[in-house]
Design a protein around this ligand. Structure first.
Ligand code: MF3
Ligand code: CO
Ligand code: CO
Length: 275
């Protein structure tokens, strides 16, 4: 049996219960998520051939410092960077390094800042220079999947409605949904209940309630859905080495739908794609 509890009255640890946040929580999340979205906006001008992912990581750290925010990934379960940078067939959790980005690559940059105890978690895909049509199509489909999942959020609907919307679209476009990673409750904790699956059926999962805050972050592959984690313990790649893409928003459930906390202030939610 799943239980829901008022976040203000609950201990700040993952008890498996679903925390329901009030206006104070929503306001905290708006602020944290705005810093995250602003950093992702700045990166649009920075991602180009020759730039290293370590340079991107350094920017993410310093941008956070300048805005009173700390990267949540720093020292998280032994992770030592300020963001994840996942290139081409890397599905997620790519570790920044000193290799320059190359023309034609696609890179996901995933940033989570903690501001006043609130976690803003979001990622976008960035084309490096000109990319192939197949890669561009994958980015379009993946962003559409995210927004279709978000459109399924409203009180009374089940979490499975999110997964169904995403899976239907991805598979209609002859892409596949990664099963090994999911979205998550977020707020005063980085990774909280519930898990948010990006596949499934609308009649499955717990009921959404006003005040829930979670991420939706579908990983969509051009080839098969299967992944493996490299020996560094983090980097997840497609087994068939097909291209993979991901976009992530943090959202809060409202009376009649949801509020997207991590929307780009500059309208750059899908860098490099036509409007
Ligand atoms: N930001 C990722 C997410 O969307 C989590 C990264 S954890 C790390 O949940 F340790 F790999 F950075
Ligand atoms: Co997340
Ligand atoms: Co993230």
């Amino acid at each position: 049996m799943v239980t829901y509890l008022e976040a203000e009255l609950a201990p700040v640890k993952n008890t498996g219960q679903i925390r329901l946040y009030g206006e104070e929580g929503f306001e905290g999340m708006r602020k944290a998520c705005r810093v995250t979205a602003m950093a992702l906006d700045e990166l649009v001008g920075m991602v180009r051939p020759g730039v290293t992912t370590n340079e991107i990581d350094k920017f993410v750290f310093e941008f956070g410092m300048d805005h009173g925010a700390i990267p949540a990934t720093l020292n998280y379960r032994g992770y030592t960077h300020s963001c994840c940078t996942s290139i081409n067939h890397v599905v997620c959790h790519g570790i920044p390094n000193d290799k320059p980005l190359r023309e034609g690559e696609i890179v996901n940059i995933d940033v989570t800042y903690v501001l006043d105890g609130w976690h803003g978690d979001s990622s976008r895909m960035y084309p490096v220079g000109e990319i192939k049509r197949a890669a561009e199509r994958l980015l379009e489909v993946t962003h559409e999947c995210l927004m279709l999942g978000i459109a399924a959020v409203k009180p009374g609907a089940r979490m499975g409605a999110i997964g169904e919307a995403i899976q239907k679209h991805a598979e209609a476009e002859r892409c596949s949904v990664v099963r090994d990673f999911c979205g998550h409750g977020v707020g005063q904790l980085f990774h909280d209940a519930p898990n948010v699956l990006h596949y499934g059926r609308a009649d499955e999962g717990i009921e959404m309630r006003k005040g829930m805050i979670f991420t939706i972050e579908p990983m969509i592959n051009l080839g098969r859905p299967h992944v493996k984690v490299l020996s560094d313990g983090w980097t997840a790649v497609t087994r068939d080495r097909s291209l993979s893409a991901q976009y992530e928003h943090t959202i809060g459930v409202t009376d009649d739908g949801c509020e997207i906390f991590t929307l780009s202030p500059k309208g750059l939610d899908r860098p490099g794609l036509p409007d």
